[in-house]
Design a protein around this ligand. Structure first.
Ligand SMILES: [Zn+2]
Length: 145
């Protein structure tokens, strides 16, 4: 109790900051409403026209071939690669990112078909196939935080 009393102002301030961050995150994802089937279908359609050509171009360059590409309403990550089934899933919220960040996510997930872990080899592959990946990763991470 004494600790709480002594740090009262600090606690109030920290709670306020946390709430603001949560609100900012909600505001970011709310820019793309995905609550109805119509909204989801429309977003998927738009995303396909952006992502598919990127996948096609980069998979050729890299000599890989994903067995399927799917799109999900997920906010925990931008993409996900299942190396066993060789399928890639992208977040529909990629629609909220600038093109070079979307492309970075595409190359990142395709790279997992060559190297499952985020190790030195993975980074070398990223250097080769998407040289500005470090800057793109930094910018991508700044969205939806
Ligand atoms: Zn990864």
């Amino acid at each position: 109790m004494q600790f709480i009393e002594e740090h009262h102002d600090w606690i109030i301030e920290a709670r306020k900051k946390t709430l603001e961050k949560v609100q900012a995150r909600h505001d970011f994802f709310d820019q793309l409403p995905l609550s109805t089937c119509k909204q989801i279908e429309e977003a998927k359609g738009r995303l396909k026209t952006i992502i598919e050509p990127m996948v096609e171009y980069h998979s050729k360059e890299m000599g890989v071939k994903p067995t399927a590409i799917t799109y999900k309403k997920m906010i925990s990550r931008w993409g996900q690669c299942n190396v066993k089934t060789r399928t890639i899933c992208f977040s529909m919220y990629l629609l909220l990112l600038p093109e070079w960040c979307q492309e970075h996510v595409v190359v990142h997930e395709l790279c997992h078909l060559l190297e499952p872990s985020h190790n030195a080899r993975f980074h070398a592959l990223m250097d080769k196939y998407y040289p500005k990946w470090r800057e793109a990763r930094k910018e991508t991470k700044s969205y939806g935080k």
